[in-house]
Design a protein around this ligand. Structure first.
Ligand code: SF4
Length: 438
């Protein structure tokens, strides 16, 4: 075990994999370490502590992290005092087994152990593993170190009680628990004071939020009352947790962006049942209709999994047909990948990789066309864009998001990140709008 220098501030390099919850968790870890005197560095060669905040949602993500760990090992070889740590869902998923693959790890910490990270790093025992799941930990008293830009990601609830049969998250992040609404409002106020103009409420099933008698619709209203905040967005809601109060907040609270991610996964009832998704396609269809009636023009995106065990050609066609009907603004689409520890892991995979690939390509190609058509319907409209920063191209252009979360590029007219500019949409691709300031 190498000695930790007492004097100079220690530098930490922190790399994040996976979903926005992990991005927010890394900001939390950054805040915890900052308060214990650590400085952040973007250069692993300069770091005393190298941390990877990981994702376990698919095997491929885990393999990438293991590859990255072996790359980072060179810094430990060069300077044995360097500590190498693995955080996040992969820590909860693989636990001590990680040491079979990466015996050089100094710390292994799951999503509920970040509060103790400084003491684990300072502790003398090697390696240090903290992967217990905590029914109460919400980190509500800790302030995250938000990254640059006008947007702050705020985790308002943690964990998941849904146990979809394909998903490892309830096992890696534990049971649902929500931050008290006062703590959320305090975090929104702190983000605004730090110059943020948009907050994104995060949770694995964010609309299952419930604390101190406040539900998710109520939380949106409480946050909207914060002066200086312009926009509120949230991800990911679960269809069976969408309430009238939530739809009403989307409909009549101007700060709540008219954009909803509504994961579908499949449009076949037998597959939805096998996935334990808690809704039928008829219920999902009715919900989508209610949302669109209440919020005309709302942008809607979704998640779809193809090739779940038992998915027949007929089941797949039901999903492909629903894509035509729903006309999502965009969709995240994946091939089913078995994850050890889930209920679906025990169901034999009935769809070949080649067939999963064919189904996925077909859906992606069709959704690209639909996204293009939906975006082209915006051409000629005036919309409000919140500037995020310089566009990658063309030169002298900036990029931002419309209220309905569409990426929009337009000529730089001197607006700073966080400022809102009215533009007219000139043209549209499947992923980006081009516009002119008006
Ligand atoms: S709702 Fe389902 S897919 Fe989402 S995190 Fe929970 S178990 Fe996973």
């Amino acid at each position: 075990m190498s000695a930790i220098p007492e004097s100079a501030p220690r530098k930490v390099f922190l790399e994040t994999y996976g979903c926005q919850m992990n991005v927010a968790d890394s900001e939390l870890v950054g805040g915890v370490l900052h308060r214990h005197g650590y400085l952040r560095t973007q250069d692993p060669a300069q770091a005393d502590v190298l941390l990877l905040n990981t994702c376990a949602i698919r095997e491929h993500a885990e393999e990438r992290v293991l590859g990255r760990l072996s790359e980072l090992l060179q810094y430990k070889h060069a300077r044995p005092s360097v500590q190498l740590g693995l955080l996040g869902c992969m820590a909860s998923h693989l636990r001590e087994h990680l040491l079979d693959r990466a015996p050089y790890l100094d710390v292994i910490v799951g999503p509920d152990g970040y509060r103790d990270l400084p003491s684990l790093l300072a502790d003398g025992v090697d390696p240090r593993v903290d992967v217990r799941l905590d029914r109460d930990e919400t980190y509500s008293d800790l302030t995250p170190d938000h990254g640059p830009g006008p947007r702050a990601w705020l985790t308002v609830m943690r964990g998941c009680d849904k146990f979809c049969t394909f998903c490892v998250v309830p096992f890696t992040r534990g049971r649902e628990r929500s931050l008290p609404p006062d703590a959320v409002v305090a975090q929104v106020e702190a983000a605004v004071a730090a110059g943020k103009r948009e907050v994104v409420f995060l949770g694995q099933t964010v609309n299952a939020y419930r604390a101190d008698g406040v539900d998710f619709g109520g939380l949106l209203r409480r946050a909207a009352a914060v002066d200086g905040l312009d926009r509120i967005r949230f991800t990911s809601p679960h269809p069976s947790e969408v309430s009238d109060a939530m739809i009403a907040a989307l409909a009549d609270e101007p700060k709540v962006m008219p954009y909803l991610h509504l994961p579908l996964q499949s449009a076949s009832d037998p597959v939805l049942e096998a996935m334990a998704r808690d809704y039928t396609i008829a219920q999902y269809r009715a919900l989508l209709g209610r949302v669109r009636d209440a919020v005309p023009g709302i942008a809607v995106s979704t998640d779809i999994i193809v090739g779940f065990p038992g998915e027949t050609e007929e089941d797949f066609r039901a999903t492909a047909d629903f894509l035509e009907e729903a006309r999502y603004d965009f969709a995240y689409q994946f091939k089913y990948s078995p994850r050890e520890g889930t209920r679906a892991y025990k169901i034999p995979d009935t769809v070949s990789e080649a067939e999963k690939g064919r189904r996925l390509r077909q859906l992606i190609e069709r959704q690209e066309e639909i996204s293009l058509e939906v975006n082209q319907s915006q051409v000629g409209r005036e919309v409000e864009v919140m500037v995020e920063g310089p566009a990658r191209r063309p030169p002298d252009h900036v990029v931002g998001k419309t209220q309905s979360f569409k990426t929009t590029v337009f000529r730089d007219v001197g607006a700073k990140p966080g400022e809102r500019v009215r533009v007219r949409v000139d043209s549209a691709g499947a992923h980006t709008l081009r516009a002119t300031p008006v």
